[in-house]
Write a protein of this length. Structure first.
Length: 198
């Protein structure tokens, strides 16, 4: 929006007032001289306003040359995103599971993925004691997409975290973001052995 155009118009209008006011005074020489102070006050006010407008024009000119241009996309232009969407869920969203410490426990993981442009046929999964980022998937092999998988985990004594990170890919080569989920696993002490009978 050009904000300087209305200010220029106002400046031109105010600049012409000192010319018009004296001409009015000259054409009304038969009028009483009590208008002279009013005309002088108007001319002073016009000069003050012209000075203020000139200062504002300098500020606008400075800002228009110094302020950086916006890099935001125009309104209505969507930000491009990969078409492949997905999700991962461990043990139906439970907070925790448990087993005897040192004994293997199966952990059920379900996967969901979709793409509006092609079928999702592949995924790559990393499991461990933390989440994995995109750059850590570069050497992970792709495998056929499965809706569900079971992973064996051997908990230590006390609590441990089991983390799953996954990416999906459709047949056109579009790759999803990394989706993650985690669950707490309690490793419980083994129950005491029954005392031998005498």
């Amino acid at each position: 929006m050009n904000t300087s155009r209305p200010l220029r118009s106002a400046l031109v209008l105010l600049a012409t007032l000192p010319i018009l006011v004296p001409s009015c005074r000259l054409s009304t020489t038969n009028e009483p001289d009590d208008l002279a102070p009013t005309v002088a006050a108007l001319q002073t006010e016009v000069a003050i306003q012209a000075t203020r407008i000139s200062g504002q024009m300098e500020i606008i000119s400075y800002l228009s040359t110094v302020m950086p241009r916006s890099t935001a996309p125009p309104p209505g232009v969507p930000t491009p995103t990969p078409p492949v969407q997905g999700a991962v869920l461990i043990e139906d969203g439970q907070c925790c599971v448990g087993a005897v410490a040192g004994q293997t426990i199966p952990i059920q993981v379900t996967f969901q993925a979709s793409s509006p442009v092609a079928p999702v046929t592949e995924m790559r999964v990393r499991v461990g004691g933390r989440w994995f980022g995109v750059d850590e998937f570069l050497e992970t092999d792709w495998e056929p997409f499965q809706a569900s998988k079971t992973y064996d985990f051997t908990p230590p004594i006390n609590w441990a975290g089991f983390y799953v990170s996954v990416q999906f890919r459709d047949t056109m080569g579009w790759v999803s973001a990394v989706y993650t989920d985690d669950i707490s696993v309690e490793g419980m002490p083994a129950p005491p052995s029954p005392a031998p009978t005498p």
